[in-house]
Design a protein around this ligand. Structure first.
Ligand code: FES
Length: 181
């Protein structure tokens, strides 16, 4: 055997060692060792069955892609733990993106004035864009509506309706918002 063919042979052997299925086109070439043995190969599940006296793999069954599980639907009201109390000091407004699966894609403003907490939706009441904290107002970049952070009432721009408010309270050093549908 010349050097070239020796190298080619070694490569093929190595490939077989690393991946016992490397040469298989229609099914696994790895030999089953006991009845009922299961292997997963190329998105199919194969089970070892008897064919005469021999153990062979069955035809294989395609493995279904797991479907994402949607968060359970919730109707009515539920509480969302938004943040620690100290995250909204006196005179400040903060925006929170809760991790609660029932409030996915939602964000809320919480403002504290004269020791009273108020919470608003962060969706502009004009055409539904995200509202952000500006200084000193809450601003929507879409058409430049501006809201008073103490009341959620629009002070300029095309929006005429106040931001939706939510009941909010403090419990054991946490800010809890009650989401409503
Ligand atoms: S959507 Fe906010 S100003 Fe138009």
């Amino acid at each position: 055997m010349n050097r070239k063919s020796f190298l080619a042979l070694s490569g093929a052997a190595l490939l077989q060692l690393v991946s016992p299925f490397a040469n298989a086109a229609t099914g696994p070439t790895l030999k089953p060792t006991k009845l009922g043995q299961i292997i997963i190969w190329r998105k199919k599940k194969y089970t070892a069955i008897k064919s005469g006296k021999k153990l062979v793999w069955n035809k294989g069954v395609a493995i279904a892609k797991p479907k994402p599980i949607p968060p359970p639907e919730v109707h009515g009201t539920f509480d969302i733990d938004l943040a620690a109390s100290e995250e909204v000091p006196e005179g400040m407004t903060q925006v929170f993106f809760p991790k609660d699966p029932h409030a996915q894609n939602k964000s809320f403003f919480v403002t504290r004035n004269d020791s009273v907490l108020i919470s608003f939706d962060s969706i502009c009441t004009h055409e539904g864009c995200q509202v952000w904290i500006g200084m000193p107002l809450l601003l929507c970049a879409c058409h430049l509506s501006a809201y008073d952070p103490k009341t959620g009432i629009p002070v300029s721009g095309p929006s005429v309706r106040p931001l939706k408010t939510y009941p909010v309270r403090e419990e054991l050093g946490r800010i809890i918002l009650t989401n409503t549908f």
